[in-house]
Design a protein around this ligand. Sequence first.
Ligand code: SAM
Length: 277
Amino acid sequence: MRRVRNVPEFTPQVTFELVTLFPEMFDGLLTASLLGKAIAGGLLAVERTNPRDFGLGRHRSVDDTPYGGGPGMILRAEPMAAALDALTTARGPAHKILLTPQGRLLDQAKVRELAARPRIALVCGRYEGFDDRVGSVLCDEELSIGDYVMAGGELAAAVVIEAVARLIPGVLGCGLSAEDESFSNGRLEYPQWTRPAEFQGHTVPAVLSSGDHAVVARWRRRESFLRTVQRRPDLLLKVPPTPEEARWHSEWLSQAQIQGTNDAEASDDSVSAPQKR
Ligand code: SAM
C-alpha cells in the first residue's frame, strides 16, 4: 500500500476544482486530518477559483435580481462561465457539477463513480441560487447532498470531496476499510464495540470474543442485514435480500412473534437488540 508522505510525489488521482465566492471557507478542511494528509501526500489536489474575479463592471458584480420579480439575488451565468473557462485553460477540462438542492441526491454509488474521475469541478451557489443556465448549459450534472436548503454550496462541496477522497487508494490507513462500510454493499454496517466489555451495564455480544472468525463474519452479515431492515428498509429495494438474508428475516420475525413484541426486541447474542429510533 502506498504511504502518504509530506512531500508530494504522486500525480493526484483526483483533482477537485472549487468554484466558490468564499474560497477561504475551505482553509481548515483542506489542511486537517485525512484530507490534509491526502493533499500533502499528493494523492488528492484541490484548486479554488473565485467567480468574483470574473465579476462584471467596476464592482465585479456576480449577481442580479430575478426576472419576474421575487426575493433575493440570483448568481449570473457569465462570471461562472468565465471561472470555469479559466480553470479549464489553466489546468484542463473537468467534469462540472453544480451543487443545488434540486440536484440528484448524492449516494455512495455516485461517490464511487466520481472517485474514478480525474478532474471534478464543484460549482457552489449562494444567495437565492443560480441563473438556471449555469446548470443546464455550463455544467454536466447537478447534485444535492440532502433534502434541506443550506445558505451555500461550500459545505455540500466539502461533503463530496471528503466522501470521494476516502475511496482514493492510499488515502485511508487500511485499504479495506472503505469496502466494508455502510452502503458499500447496499446494507448498513454491522454494530461495533471496543473496550470496555461492559459499559453502564451494557455488555458486548459474547460471539465477538469467541475467536471464531467464520462465526463472527456470519454474525456480522446477519446484524448488517437486520439493522438495514430496521433502519433503512428502502435500501432493500435497491439490493434485494439474498436467500440467506430472507431466511434471517423470517427467523427474526418469528422470534418477534414469540416474544409478543411489535419491534422484535431480542436479547441474546445471536440476534441484535433492535435500536428504538
Ligand atoms: N433557491 C434555491 C432553491 O430553492 O432551490 C436554494 C438556494 S440556496 C439558499 C443557495 C445555494 O446553496 C445553492 O445554490 C446551492 O449551491 C447550495 N445548496 C443549498 N442546499 C443545498 C443542498 N441540499 N445540496 C447542495 N447544495 C445546496
